[in-house]
Design a protein around this ligand. Sequence first.
Ligand SMILES: [Zn+2]
Length: 163
Amino acid sequence: MSGNLHERAFELVAKARVEGGLADAEREWLSTHCEDCAFCSEHARQMDRALRSLRAAAIPLPADLASRTQFRVRLRAMELREREPKRRMLWLACSASWVFGIASAPFVWRVFEWFGKLTGAPKLVLEIGFGLWWTIPALFAVMVLLLEAARHPGEPDWMKPGR
Ligand SMILES: [Zn+2]
């Protein structure tokens, strides 16, 4: 068989798949050729297989994309759920320290008084120091919140594609 015949067979195989149809004479010629020619019939089979997998591959892509988006949303929800109790813990610790502060106030004031007697610091300084003692839990809470805000800047960063 000459090379031209195989070439023609290849062209007809492509035409049948891509352009979608052969004339009766062309189809007949091709099937006759493929019966005799293992090379061209194998080529036709491979062409079919490639086209099938191409069509099959076109379907999982959007499905995968959808599941990936869902995964990201789920991950985000989990993140939020995880962060919520932490914040509750923070407020709990904060109010606990405030309660402790109130309960310990007389003792703390006595310590400041003792410190004043020891160092001869003016009463105003002691009072300011005592006042500052009360703001320590608040300062601590603000610091933690600021640190957390710094760690999670610009909320919808997770929405950006390709991360
Ligand atoms: Zn051939």
